[in-house]
Design a protein around this ligand. Structure first.
Ligand code: FES
Ligand code: FES
Length: 151
């Protein structure tokens, strides 16, 4: 077991856990933050994406040991005053979420994209979300959600 101190959604947390336990599992099982989803478990789908020190990472690929002192933001951490974040609201209004498995990762990828490129073109949106797969929406509703959030 190892002891890891990290910050999750602006809250300091300490976990005692096997050092190679995946960040995804620590979030879901130890910290009861079940927003990040497991799709592929192999770094291919983005369903488990979270922000780590400002970078978008697939939490299924991150051993908890690597998060010592890190700042993690999950989908639970972006709401403002218990209201949906504007990106979440746009996904809701534009039909950008269907089954919802990809949605937390899509929204965090959008959050990351808009922090770097506040008004992206469609091509920049496609590139920004290219690590996130969706089996339901056909993507246009997701791209429209991002365009609406950037407007
Ligand atoms: Fe992590 Fe698919 S579950 S990338
Ligand atoms: Fe179902 Fe994207 S909404 S996988």
């Amino acid at each position: 077991m190892t002891r890891v101190a990290l910050t999750v959604n602006d809250e300091k947390r300490i976990v005692e856990t096997p050092p190679m336990k995946r960040l995804l599992d620590v979030l879901r099982e130890d910290l009861h933050l079940t927003g990040a989803k497991e799709g592929c478990g192999e770094g291919e789908c983005g369903a488990c994406a979270v922000l780590m020190n400002g970078d978008l990472v697939n939490s299924c690929l991150v051993p908890i040991l690597q998060t010592q002192g890190a700042e993690i933001i999950t989908i639970e951490g972006i709401a403002i005053d218990k209201k949906l974040h504007p990106i979440q609201q746009c996904f809701l209004e534009q039909g950008g979420a269907q089954c919802g498995i990809c949605t937390p990762g899509m929204i965090l990828a959008t959050y990351h994209l808009l922090e770097n490129i506040p008004q992206p073109t469609l091509l920049q949106i496609q590139e920004g979300l290219n690590g996130n797969l969706c089996r339901c929406t056909g993507y246009m509703r997701i791209f429209n959600s991002v365009l609406a959030a950037a407007a």
